[in-house]
Design a protein around this ligand. Structure first.
Ligand SMILES: Cc1cc2nc3c(=O)[nH]c(=O)nc-3n(C[C@H](O)[C@H](O)[C@H](O)COP(=O)(O)O)c2cc1C
Length: 245
């Protein structure tokens, strides 16, 4: 696979050559069944520790894709939650955020059931009554029929995915590492959700960095835990994103 194979076509992100005889990477083959099971879960997770061996395997998965995954200690996790809180506060004052939510969320059966992209209301999860888990509420202030309200975990298990640089190729590697980590987490019966909230503000993103790898650029904050998987959500047609020759 070649990332960004043609400088004249920046929208061509990767070129993949399939060769039947090439020996398959057993670690990747083992992740295949998790593809259909993995869905973002915006539900509460149990207050249960993630075994150290699983955390180490997830970090190794990120490393194999050229990124790193760090599990922040207590104070760093708390500071990340505060950064997400700051971002949420800024968002409520920024009309561009409401526009963004409108553009990417699909509310009501007519819209949610026919969507080919975006986040449909059946994937919003319950409204948060209480708890520190950073779960973005895609409804904003809009009502959603039959939506439950629940208490979320207070001390969520967070992980930071970062790359050494911050160019287009780093973003692609971050995406590959994210997918590999999410699939491995699913294979270990973990549920996952993402929060890019704090990373959307350059000053907050800078503060989110792992102090032990201070040169890293944070690309995603993951929330992992034991809980229900979310529902499957729509995808754009494959022909819109992939040319097969
Ligand atoms: C770059 C990026 C940022 C995301 N940020 C958030 C986020 O802040 N909050 C959230 O709930 N989901 C976030 N997501 C998850 C997407 O909403 C989710 O992957 C998408 O709706 C598809 O659903 P699925 O993961 O169940 O397949 C993000 C995904 C990507 C790729």
């Amino acid at each position: 696979m070649h990332l960004l194979p043609d400088a004249a076509q920046p929208q061509l992100l990767a070129e993949v050559l399939l060769r039947e005889r090439e020996p398959a990477d057993a670690a990747l083959v083992a992740l295949y069944p998790a593809i259909r099971r993995r869905h973002t879960s915006r539900y509460p997770f149990a207050d249960k520790e993630i075994p150290e061996a699983v955390r180490a395997a997830l970090s190794e998965a990120a490393r194999l894709e050229g990124a790193r995954l760090d599990f922040p200690g207590a104070w760093h996790a708390q500071s990340l939650l505060e950064l997400v809180g700051d971002a949420e506060g800024r968002d409520t004052l920024d009309p561009r955020n409401a526009e963004d939510l409108n553009r990417w969320s699909r509310i009501g059966t007519a819209e949610a059931d026919t969507a080919t992209d975006g986040v449909p209301d059946y994937a919003f999860g319950p409204r948060k009554w209480y708890g520190g888990a950073p779960v973005r509420d895609f409804a904003g202030r809009r009502p959603v029929a039959d939506r439950a309200t629940m208490t979320f975990e207070n001390t969520p298990h967070l992980a930071l995915l970062s790359t050494a640089g911050d160019g287009t190729e780093d973003w692609l590697r971050a995406g590959q590492a994210l997918e590999r980590v999410l699939l491995l987490a699913t294979a270990h019966d973990l549920a996952t959700s993402l929060t890019s909230h704090a990373l959307e503000w350059p000053d907050l993103r800078w503060l989110a960095r792992d102090p032990r790898s201070a040169t890293g650029c944070v690309q995603m904050v993951l929330r992992l835990g034991y809980g229900p998987q979310g529902p499957a959500t729509p995808r754009r047609p494959v022909r819109e994103v992939l040319d097969v020759e």
